[in-house]
Design a protein. Structure first.
Lengths: 338, 236
């Protein structure tokens, strides 16, 4: 069937494109989408020129929910609300699908969610209850990334989890700290950040510190790095200094730079570094279940909703990206009417 | 109930160079009309899709639907009329005879040669027809409109901001549409080129639904060529 896709043609320039989709599985109409920093890097043109040359034109956005329009498999009913899984495996692999070279990812390897309709395999959507807050639900993908990382951390850890440190006072830091508090209520959760205004929003954690003002005797058992970019190095360095022996450093922050790290201390302390990126179906299911069991999480997660933009035209989409670019905290939600 | 009427009654006199009506020409790898029908049949809010076809193409269309959209009981083929209005009336008569028309029934009428209509436009049409009784899909005019009665000199140049280009669907409360059509005088019927005009002639409100620049009508050979090129581009 013919479908209209709204693609980024070149940085800051969107255009309509006509595509065909198969009616062999599920067709979803996107309703609420959320902008990720990765989308913003394409929009601003800050990815390397050869990457932009290779990937554009491409529809952006890999975080979002929608309503089922059509399902040939009969698993879903029309108008069911679903969260869409951007990671799309192309066959089995020995590793998790979100780390497989064989997987494609929406808004990165192929078209994201900014289109009239989206064709997906039935295992690439997960039903969400009608009463889920649509703004928060639009970034379930991001929540599932934190969920996935915490799940893997849990499988790996051997030392106590009395003190867990989260580095980064942005969106992912907020979500990771919140999920840790939910999962390990007995643990002390400490957040390390730079911006006082942001740190003040972490009301649910035990302690917050500005990174340049830390108690001398402070240590953590395990660490979650949600910083990325130019500050990756200083964050990882501080973690290596503060973490207890045999702790796990969970890396979430994306950096375009090769980051030097203090291997001597890593060896001395017997540390484990675990990389985390993206998520897969079981993490989406786990996240939706967690939100069902503990609706109070929505109250906290709503704090992240800083911009809600109605998208009726490609100009609206452009303005939403511009607005997101100047926000230093929170998520920009697109109410997709296009 | 919610009905879609795909108006394919026309013989494509403006297409030129081919004997096949334009709705049966191939776009990508399917006939134009199949692309158009697909948009309505996958929408589960629409109960029945009535395709209005010239008499001599009914069997051909039936075969195409069996080939591309098999086993679908919600598609109905009905013979079109001489004019667009006759065709529209045929669909309404069919609905009345087979399903009955209650006060909430609505119909979305759509050109068979607009295969790029979006799910969003269809949804907005359903909502607006339910709420306002009648709606028209439009986009703001981009070219300046020039009025000339004699075809030689300009009569006036209206303010462009007030002008829109009409697309389809045009959607209506069926009971209201039926009452208005049957109340038209012959003189009024003769000047009708557009279903929404039935409403405006009788001072009835028609709500605007925002269309899309991509929702083009395949009228000329150039349009089909352009549409095929755009589809090909995205398959590369």
């Amino acid at each position: 069937m013919i479908n209209i896709v709204y693609k980024l043609i070149s940085p800051k320039f969107f255009e309509e494109a006509i595509d065909e989709i198969e009616l062999d599985e599920v067709v979803v109409r996107p309703t609420y989408l959320s902008i990720c920093k990765a989308d913003q890097r394409y929009y601003q043109g800050s990815r390397p020129a050869e990457i932009l040359e290779e990937k554009l034109p491409m529809a952006l956005i890999h975080e979002g929910i929608g309503e089922v329009v059509f399902d040939k498999t009969g698993e879903f009913k029309s108008n069911d609300k679903v969260v869409m899984i951007p990671n799309t495996p192309q066959g089995d692999d020995v590793c998790q699908a979100n780390y497989s070279y064989n997987s494609k990812f929406r808004g990165s390897g192929f078209d994201g969610f900014t289109s009239d309709l989206i064709s997906l395999k039935s295992d690439r959507i997960v039903k969400i209850p009608d009463d889920f807050n649509p703004y928060v639900s639009s970034f379930i993908e991001l929540i599932s990334v934190a969920y996935q990382g915490i799940d893997r951390f849990q499988q790996l850890t051997i030392t106590p989890k009395d003190v867990l440190g989260v580095w980064g006072d942005g969106n992912l830091g907020f979500i990771t700290a919140l999920l840790l508090k939910d999962k390990f209520p007995e643990s002390k959760i400490i957040v390390f950040g730079k911006h006082v205004d942001n740190l003040n929003l972490f009301s649910f954690v035990d302690e917050v510190y500005q990174i340049h003002n830390i108690d001398d005797d402070l240590t953590v058992d395990h660490a979650f790095e949600c910083v990325g970019s130019v500050s990756s190095q200083s964050a990882i360095d501080q973690i290596i200094n503060l973490i207890n022996p045999q702790g796990i450093i969970n890396l979430f922050g994306v950096s375009e730079y090769p980051v030097p790290i203090n291997t001597r201390l890593i060896l001395e302390k017997g540390l484990t570094i675990q990389g985390n990126s993206r998520s897969d179906r079981k993490d989406f299911i786990g996240t939706v279940e967690m939100l069902k069991q503990n609706p109070k999480l929505f109250e906290y997660l709503e704090k992240l909703v800083t911009n809600v933009c109605e998208i009726n035209s490609l100009d609206d989409l452009k303005q939403a990206f511009d607005k997101e670019y100047i926000s230093n905290f929170g998520k920009t939600i697109l109410k997709w009417n296009k | 109930m919610i009905f879609a009427a795909i108006l394919a009654g026309g013989m494509g006199s403006r297409m030129g160079g081919t004997d096949t009506p334009k709705q049966f020409l191939t776009l990508g790898n399917k006939p134009v009309i199949i692309h158009t029908i697909e948009k309505f049949v996958i929408n589960e809010n629409i109960d029945k899709t009535i395709v209005l076809i010239p008499k001599n193409f009914i069997n051909h269309t039936k075969d195409l639907i069996n080939q591309y959209i098999p086993n679908n009981e919600d598609i109905i083929l009905v013979e079109g009329g001489k004019t667009r209005n006759d065709t529209l009336m045929n669909s309404i008569n069919y609905i009345e005879k087979n399903f009955g028309i209650d006060n909430d029934s609505i119909i979305l009428t759509h050109d068979s040669v607009r295969p790029f209509v979006t799910h969003r436009i269809i949804k907005d049409n359903i909502d607006a027809a339910k709420k306002y009784g009648a709606c028209d899909t439009v986009i703001p005019a981009t070219d300046t409109i020039v009025e000339s009665i004699n075809g030689e000199t300009i009569e006036s140049i209206p303010v462009r901001d007030y002008y829109y280009q009409g697309q389809t669907p045009q959607s209506f409360n069926i009971r209201k549409l039926f009452n208005l059509i049957t109340s038209l005088t012959e003189a009024e019927t003769n000047i009708l080129t557009d279903a929404c005009k039935i409403f405006t002639l009788k001072d009835e409100h028609v709500h605007l639904v925002e269309g899309e620049v991509t929702n083009i009508k395949i009228t000329y050979p150039y349009d089909l060529k352009l549409a095929n090129t755009i589809l090909d581009d995205n398959h590369d």
